[in-house]
Write a protein that binds this ligand. Structure first.
Ligand code: NDP
Length: 294
């Protein structure tokens, strides 16, 4: 059996198109244009690339993008002062502080400073806390796990009553993903680096999410036949046939897993395009919240 390929590129494009239309409608009906402020501290090339992609997507969808760059040696006070200024700016609906921050900065304290209603990354402890609690809903859900849930939904995969296994428990992917699947009535198991006999858990999963950061760690023999496999990982693998000397692979060994799974996301073209699409959707939502208070 060869799995259904979950096409994140086309599902992400559909989400972006929906956001674009809603932004145009907001502008026409209310004369209001959503704004996303990005905060980049330092010159890490990967972070600069991610921020650039987010800014370009904003422009494509009619969202105003306001970029702020601070030097790598910016102090805690300087970063927090910038966030406070953006909190007070009525033209800014969403604030995105690109992580990771340089090591000398207290990331949690910076995230804590972001106004809850502008927390479009969904990393504020109150938003995460609401996500964890029964009967509560956060204003914003972290973009990558929200994108994974959208991929499942658009592929007709309902987590209700299913066994879901998440490999990885980071604050930005694994943990919120587990909370979302649990909210969607899956029975959830979280695996991590101390898990004994990982394969025994993954083979039990109707929905398997890999968010490890370890190239092709989950092989086909670790996948339950017919399972939905969501591969969050983005890793560089040496490849002499490529001009840049590597290619991107996920945390799942795609070729073997796709022969066993019922549905699978490719890398690239799976979860990646969803993260940015959901960031745009969260920014639109932040603008809707601001507009409703005017
Ligand atoms: P982290 O490094 O923060 O977390 C990795 C998790 O994997 C940890 O919980 C760790 O366990 C667990 N882990 C590590 N080794 C093993 C092992 N041998 N067996 C089982 N679990 C293990 O990574 P992130 O969550 O930030 O990212 C994960 C991957 O997703 C990366 O490849 C990253 O590039 C990618 N990513 C992709 C995004 C996208 O848009 N597609 C967005 C964000 C991330 P422990 O907690 O015990 O250390």
């Amino acid at each position: 059996m060869t799995a259904q390929i979950i096409d994140g590129t086309s599902i992400g494009a559909k989400v972006q198109e929906e956001v674009k239309q809603a932004v145009a409608q907001m502008k026409e009906e209310h004369g209001y244009v959503p704004g996303l402020a990005t905060v980049l501290v330092g010159e890490d090339p990967a972070s600069a690339t991610y921020v650039g992609m987010k800014q370009r997507t904003c422009e494509k969808l009619g969202i105003r993008s306001i970029g702020h760059t601070l030097p790598a040696d910016a102090t805690q006070e300087e970063v927090e002062a910038l966030v406070a200024k953006l909190n007070a700016d009525p033209d800014v609906n969403g604030i995105l502080v690109q992580l990771p921050l340089p090591k000398h900065l207290d990331e949690e304290a910076v995230l804590n400073t972001i106004d809850l209603e502008k927390d479009v990354d969904g990393f504020h402890p109150v938003n995460i806390g609401r996500l964890a609690m029964k009967g509560r809903n956060p204003l914003f859900v972290p973009c990558t796990p929200a994108g994974c849930m959208r991929l499942l939904k658009e592929s007709g995969i309902d987590p209700n009553g299913k066994e879901a296994v998440i490999v990885g428990r980071s604050n930005i992917v694994g943990l919120p993903m587990a909370m979302l699947l649990q909210k969607a009535n899956a029975t959830v198991t979280i695996c991590h680096s101390r898990t004994k006999d990982l394969a025994a858990h993954t083979r039990n999963a109707d929905i398997l999410v890999a968010a490890i950061g370890w190239a092709e760690m989950i092989t086909g023999d670790m996948v339950k036949p017919g399972a939905a496999v969501i591969d969050v990982g983005i890793n560089q693998k040496e490849d002499a046939t490529k001009k840049r000397g590597y290619r991107l692979v996920g945390d799942v060994e795609y070729d073997s897993a796709k022969e066993v799974a019922g549905a699978i996301t490719p890398v690239p073209g799976g979860v990646g395009p969803m993260t940015i699409a959901l960031l745009m959707e969260n920014t639109l939502r932040a603008a809707q919240i601001a507009l409703s208070k005017k």
